[in-house]
Design a protein around this ligand. Sequence first.
Ligand code: DX5
Ligand code: ZN
Length: 221
Amino acid sequence: MGIQITPSILNADFGNLAAEVGRIPSADMVHVDVMDNHFVPNLTLGLPVVEALIRVSPIPIDCHLMIEDPDRWAPGYAEAGAKSVTFHVEAVKDAVATSRAIRAAGARAAFAVKPGTPFAPYADLLPEVDMVLVMTVEPGFGGQSFMADQMPKVREVREAVRMHGGEVWIQVDGGVSASTIEQCAEAGADVFVAGSAVYGAESAAGAIDDLRALAARHAHG
Ligand code: DX5
Ligand code: ZN
C-alpha cells in the first residue's frame, strides 16, 4: 500500500467539517478522533457526526476511538461506513471479538497502544487486525510534542508484522510533522496521522505533499 497520510480533523473547524475535508483532497483517509471524556479527559464527537461526515466526505474515514467500552460501540462505526475503526487495548474487554465484529461490518480493524502500553502482550492479535496504531503522544489533545521514545515500539511492531507475514499497516499518531515524520517512517510506520501539521499549515494540501515526500525517503516497501 505504501505511505499513507491521514490528517486528523481534531484541529479543523468543527463548524465546517465538509469544507475542512475539502482542504485535504490528497489525503488517503480522514482521521477522526472520537473522545468520550472518560477514556481521555476530552470530549469531541460521536457516531451521529461520524455518520454525517461519511455522507459528505469523498475520502474514506479512519475512526480512532478513544472511548470506554469499545466492544459495545466500535462495530457501529464500521456499520456506518468507516473504512477503518481503531479501538484502544487499554479499554477493550474482548479484542478478538471486537476486531471480528468490526471486520464483519465491512471495515478494517485496528488496535491502538498508548505510550505507556507495551506492544508485546498484544502481538498475538496481529492475525485479527489490519492496522496497529502506536500513539506518539498521550491521547486526548492535538498539538502535543512528539514522543521519540516510542520509536523502539514502532520497530518492534514492524518486526512482528514482518514475522507474521500479513499486510498489517502501522500508524503513528501525535506530534507527527515535517521534523518528526522521517524517524517514524525509518522505524517502520507507513500510515501517518497529522493534525496540527496539516490544519495549522497555510496550505493543508501542500503540507500533505511535503509529509508524504519526507516519509517516502524511508519507505520500507
Ligand atoms: C490525539 C489524537 C490525535 C491528534 C493529533 O489524542 O489521537 O489524532 O489529533 O494531533 P497532532 O498531529 O496535532 O498531534
Ligand atoms: Zn488520533
